[in-house]
Design a protein around this ligand. Structure first.
Ligand SMILES: Nc1ncnc2c1ncn2[C@@H]1O[C@H](COP(=O)(O)OP(=O)(O)O)[C@@H](O)[C@H]1O
Ligand SMILES: [Mg+2]
Length: 377
């Protein structure tokens, strides 16, 4: 679609949420032309020059593919069959539909990565309560039951303490579930990896992610963990990236449980655990995603200083009404996503960088609390 072979490609992004909104400034800096497939009132829509209003079904994806040179996604709820058809016709899709099939399916992740040597918790797929009870016979209760596909922010993740609760979950999910022991978690970690089509890979230092009720609330970067855990997380991440063969950002969620690091799940797109890279790293996850997708040299993933991100999740009223209170906190980066207020909805985040983790955490928490409640800080 773009003029000549020497110009960077036009990137088509499926989706218009906060991830697309944060991809746009990175694209603008590099003067990469971008076209979005999104709804007119999505968070990113007001900031893009080219918008195709629609949904990621066969027709929407085709319209986007015809308007761009390389197609990528900011969320994974995409018609993958349609994406595969477009690939077969010669459209460039990064990450590929095959990668997205793995990244959107927690069972496939285990099937692919377990045999490749990636440590995962014991698991099974249960279709009926007897399957769950048999697994409990081996591993005990409580168990974690998960929808294999389509869950996010803990939606689709359930704890079952006995057969009755497992039966209720199966009735609600209305399909097979992934079953795991409920692990004692010392910490949750994430490693963001980015890979270029030719195989060049860069890893961001592991970060600590604090989850509450299945939703990421705080990120500490780099993770203040002993070297052996950091090295093990990086070793696993490298194995995962090589096995999946992603193009773009791959977010690798990990558990530190009983002194072992285990794979939790993947996302083949920029990720909440990487928002801290905008100000905390030499190159943000958003810029590196675009560089990879456009097949440009990757940027350094070096951490500039200890950095903290605190999510802004709807509490009692619209955080936009408390912006002045939050900005009264020195040296914080406030990001609001332009999404309508709803209790429990991710509406923004605050990042603070350096000089040390404790200072950054204090500032980011104060600004985020101000956005929640309008507290003077
Ligand atoms: N086997 C498990 N044991 C203990 N906690 C778990 C387990 N699986 C998931 N969790 C908790 O639930 C959260 C969400 O699970 P995850 O599979 O990442 O789903 P989502 O797709 O919603 O992010 C995790 O971040 C973790 O806090
Ligand atoms: Mg998760």
């Amino acid at each position: 679609v773009t003029a000549g072979p020497d110009l960077p490609p036009t990137v088509g992004i499926v989706g218009g949420g906060q991830l697309a909104r944060m991809l746009l400034p990175a694209a603008a800096r590099l003067d990469l032309p971008v076209v979005l497939l999104a709804a007119a009132d999505d968070a990113a829509a007001p900031f893009c020059r080219a918008l195709i209003t629609g949904v990621p079904d066969a027709a929407g994806l085709r319209a986007l593919a015809e308007a761009c040179d390389v197609l990528t996604v900011e969320h994974e709820l995409v018609d993958l069959d349609a994406l595969e058809t477009l690939e077969a016709e010669g459209h460039v899709v990064r990450p590929s539909a095959a990668t997205l099939r793995v990244a959107t399916d927690k069972v496939r992740q285990r099937e692919l990565l377990g045999p490749a040597g990636v440590p995962v918790a014991p698991w099974c797929v249960a279709r009926q309560v007897d399957d769950v009870v048999a697994f409990a016979g081996e591993h005990g209760w409580p168990l974690v039951l998960k929808r294999p596909r389509g869950g996010y922010d803990g939606r689709g993740v359930y704890v079952a303490r006995d057969a009755d609760q497992a039966r209720e979950v199966l009735a609600e999910v209305d399909g097979p579930v992934l079953v795991e022991p409920q692990l004692p978690l010392q910490h949750e970690l994430a490693v963001l990896a980015v890979r270029r089509p030719g195989g060049e890979v860069a890893l961001y230092p592991p970060v600590l992610t604090d989850q509450q009720d299945g939703m990421c609330r705080e990120v500490l970067a780099p993770a203040p963990l002993p070297d052996r855990h950091v090295e093990e997380a990086q070793r696993i991440a490298r194995m995962v990236v090589e096995t999946v063969g992603v193009v773009g950002i791959l977010a690798i969620e990990l558990f530190l449980s009983g002194d072992r690091i285990l794979l939790n799940e993947l996302a083949a797109r920029p990720h909440n655990a990487g928002h801290v890279t905008i100000e905390g790293s030499a190159t943000s996850q958003f810029e590196n995603h675009l560089r990879a997708v456009a097949d440009l040299p990757l940027g350094s993933t070096r951490s500039l200083a200890p950095a903290v991100m605190v999510n802004v999740v709807g509490v009692e009223d619209d955080p936009r009404g408390h912006l002045a209170d939050a900005l009264a906190v020195d040296e914080v980066h406030v990001h609001l996503y332009g999404k309508g207020f709803r209790p429990g909805r991710k509406l923004g985040h605050v990042t603070a960088v350096g000089p040390d983790l404790d200072g950054a955490l204090d500032r980011a928490r104060r600004a985020a609390a101000a956005l929640d409640h309008g507290d003077p800080s």
